[in-house]
Design a protein around this ligand. Structure first.
Ligand code: PEP
Ligand code: MG
Length: 292
């Protein structure tokens, strides 16, 4: 069976009737980068950088540490895109290199933490920007709920660029910026956000928990965590429409992207890219080629 899947390598992700969709891979560590190559994915659709801050040693990754990892991802993928998400720490993802536990609890997470920790955000933005000189790097912001946040984050990116200009360090001046659509607020504002950013990725894991009011790890309520809930499908459809109206790019990078029962729906509503864990890449590509 594995041999059969291997035969898909190098082939296009195209349905029987000629509709195309990109299949990328999600990664969390530098070690995953080689798995992406093995899976023959079309790029890295989501690099969850928070794992760099969760090292058992408790060491804080410096700009240089981060740059080395991001550059390796960029160089390894060549012309293919690498979407690097700034650290999504807090709540269930506690860093080892600093103590957020006192602030933790529902909702203090993602860019909310970074907007309070300016130095950490600037260090990471500089590292990502520097890596953008070595490949097709993009920046993704997690847990967006407002246009104001996007405005602020864009200012920080500009500040990081100016600092690099001053230091005469190379980076991609046209680096693309995107947001995770993973809160109902971002769904409702997706039309407005689409005017501010270049691309969007629906984080169905968080969108499910925030829409259906059930935490991702509540065992007792697990039955309510339904990824095929009609309210969720409706939201995904709304987001796709709003992003299409602005001619921007839309992907899905939550676990739902790997659900082969959903693939046809995603293609039908014009999702441009699905990003899944490396072991799911080839199976998904096979499914796409079977669809009418
Ligand atoms: C998501 O929420 O669907 C997602 C892709 O991000 P994470 O699982 O890292 O929260
Ligand atoms: Mg998420």
């Amino acid at each position: 069976k594995l041999k059969n899947l291997e035969r898909l390598k190098g082939k296009e992700n195209i349905t029987q009737s000629g509709r195309r969709i990109d299949v990328c891979a999600n990664i969390g560590t530098a070690e995953d980068i080689d798995n992406v190559l093995r899976s023959d994915a079309g790029g890295i659709g989501l690099f969850r950088t928070e794992y760099l801050f969760m090292d058992p040693s408790g060491r804080t990754p410096t700009e240089e540490d981060q740059f080395q990892v991001y550059r390796r991802a960029a160089e390894t993928m060549g012309a293919q895109p690498v979407a690097i998400r700034v650290a999504d720490l807090g709540d269930d993802k506690q860093p080892t290199c600093m103590d957020l536990s006192e602030d933790s609890g529902f909702g203090y997470r993602g860019i909310r933490v970074l907007l309070d920790k300016e130095e950490m955000l600037m260090t990471q933005l500089r590292a990502i920007l520097r890596a953008s000189a070595y490949g097709n790097v993009k920046i993704v912001f997690p847990l967006i709920t407002s246009e104001e946040e996007v405005g602020l984050l864009k200012q920080y990116v500009e500040k990081a660029k100016e600092a690099l200009d001053y230091d005469k360090v190379d980076y991609n001046k046209k680096i693309q910026l995107g947001a995770m659509i993973e809160t109902p607020a971002a769904v409702m504002l997706s039309g407005e956000l689409a005017r501010e950013l270049d691309f969007f990725s629906i984080g169905t894991n968080d969108l499910t928990q925030f829409t259906l009011a059930v935490s991702r790890d509540n065992q007792k309520a697990a039955g309510y965590y339904q990824q095929n809930h009609p309210a969720l499908l409706k939201m995904i459809r709304i987001v796709a429409n709003n992003i299409h109206l602005e001619g921007k790019r839309i992907s899905i990078c939550g676990d739902m992207a790997a659900d082969l029962e959903m693939t046809e729906f995603f293609i039908k509503i014009g999702i441009h890219e699905l990003s899944v864990a490396p072991p799911s890449v080839l199976g998904l590509r096979k499914k796409i080629r079977e669809i009418q």
